[in-house]
Design a protein around this ligand. Structure first.
Ligand code: IDP
Ligand code: MG
Length: 143
């Protein structure tokens, strides 16, 4: 499926009361919200999600951040969803993100950078299943 990606409105996005503004940026850019909920990650689930970064020096602070409060996983649909969404959110480090991107507009630091976006179609499918079971996608969201 090349038309879906997983976004996460990260805990700083929720804390800063930016849920509405960020979702408006996303839908204004042509994405459709297909599934959404608020969840609190624990260290195990956040560690599983970011398994690829386990050996990085920032892994501990990444887990502290991602478990610091509720976050909002969102399944988004659009043609070329993965690449277009990465463009919309901007570079990992907000200081390096292009003008008008979500991270440039709203993020404070390279760790607390407001939002996640999948980096490939394969990872989008894996990441969607991290938050939404097949049964849930079918029964709650008609996906
Ligand atoms: P991405 O979110 O733009 O795909 P990744 O390299 O996959 O960036 O890193 C995952 C998350 O880990 C980032 O969004 C950010 O929250 C955090 N992170 C990445 N690189 C650094 C770093 O160099 N220092 C601190 N935190 C980082
Ligand atoms: Mg990444």
């Amino acid at each position: 499926m090349n038309n879906r990606t997983l976004a996460i409105l990260k805990p700083d996005c929720v804390r800063k009361n930016l849920i509405g503004e960020v979702l408006t940026k996303i839908t204004s850019a042509g994405f459709t919200i297909k599934a959404i909920k608020m969840v609190r990650l624990n260290k195990d689930s956040a560690g599983g999600f970011y398994e690829i970064h386990r050996d990085k020096p920032f892994f501990g602070s990444l887990l502290d951040y991602m478990t610091s409060g509720p976050c909002i996983p969102v399944v988004l649909e659009k043609e070329n969803a993965v690449n277009d969404f990465r463009t919309l959110i901007g570079a990992t480090d907000p200081a390096k993100a292009a003008d008008g991107t979500i991270r440039k507009l709203f993020a404070d630091s390279i760790t607390q950078n407001i939002i996640h976006g999948s980096d490939s179609d394969e990872n989008a499918a894996i990441e969607i299943s991290h938050f939404f079971s097949r049964k849930e996608l079918l029964e709650n969201y008609g996906l």
